[in-house]
Ligand binder design. Structure first.
Ligand code: OAD
Length: 263
């Protein structure tokens, strides 16, 4: 697509964002790619290796069942995810979403990312559906810890799995593992979002493989709202996009932000 075609879409999106009251951003690993974090799927994706060193698929290594039986194995790969976040800073895309929220109170971010970068950028209306890697809790007594408190961060690897100082049970990150249900509080937040008729829904840097991610985008499309997909590759939800920008999240955010501010 030529740069002029992008600029037409950018202008339309920025103009609609300006007049919108309610905006939903749905984000995935691609939004943090320009902060130096790996994605799960696609180029450089963490899940591209078919098997772990232990000979099981990575999804099995990161499952609730594996954690219950072999927490040290699950932790080995959870550690990679946590360690990848060390030193990462929000990029232009995270910052633009937070900026829009400070402009329009009914701006929401629904993210699958566990890196905490939306919060670091200042987003408050935030649903982190898969939790946050830096928040830990004891699987026995449920005492909560932070990774920096219990492990000294994700810099140098301690003996895994870490155990609770209070009761000695295994501690885990507060993230949703494969085969685990979403926490009740997250389900309630998703229901609340489903009840809002967003004027614009933007899906940024996600392969949208989970129904609770694809659904709000598809629903906005059925309602005839502006649905914008920002992703260099086509995905499960591309057919529901009224506008598609096949460029990176940070580039799109810089461009849309500049046009938005000058509109
Ligand atoms: P994926 O890794 O599945 O998808 C990342 C998407 O970002 C792909 O569609 C890429 O094309 C796109 N992408 C890559 N670089 C980009 C960039 N610079 N700008 C914009 N887009 C870019 O990540 P998610 O959709 O987040 O769940 O994956 C969803 C879930 O799968 C994760 O939360 C995790 C994983 O299993 C759990 O851990 C439960």
């Amino acid at each position: 697509m030529a740069a002029e075609e992008f600029s037409e879409i950018i202008a339309e999106v920025a103009c609609r964002l300006k007049s919108a009251d309610r905006v939903l951003f749905i984000t995935g690993a691609g939004v943090s790619a320009e902060s130096g974090l790996p994605t799960y799927r696609g180029v450089g994706g963490l899940y591209n290796r078919q098997q772990t060193e232990e000979g099981v698929p990575i999804e099995a290594a990161l499952s609730g069942r594996m954690f219950a039986a072999y927490p040290e194995l699950t932790w080995k790969y959870l550690w990679e995810i946590g360690a990848a976040c060390v030193g990462a800073e929000p990029n232009a895309a995270h910052r633009f979403m937070a900026e829009l929220e400070s402009d329009k109170a009914q701006t929401w971010v629904l993210t699958q990312n566990v890196d905490g970068l939306h919060r670091a950028a200042g987003s408050v209306n935030l649903v982190e559906v898969h939790g946050r890697a830096s928040d830990l809790f004891c699987a026995g007594c449920r005492k909560e810890f932070t990774a920096s408190d219990l492990l000294g961060g994700f810099q140098s690897k301690p003996v895994l799995p870490p155990v609770c100082r209070e009761c000695g049970a295994v501690v885990r990150p507060n993230v949703v593992l494969f085969e685990e249900a979403l926490p009740q509080q997250v389900c309630e937040s998703l229901e609340r979002l489903a009840g809002i008729d967003f004027d614009v829904v933007l899906a940024i840097g996600t392969s949208a493989v989970f129904p609770y991610i694809a659904q709000p985008f598809a629903a906005a499309s059925y309602r005839g709202r502006m649905t914008v997909e920002i992703n260099p590759c086509e995905t499960e939800i591309s057919d529901f996009a009224s506008h598609r920008l096949s460029i990176s999240a940070a580039e799109a955010a810089e461009w849309i932000g500049k046009t938005y501010r000058s509109t």
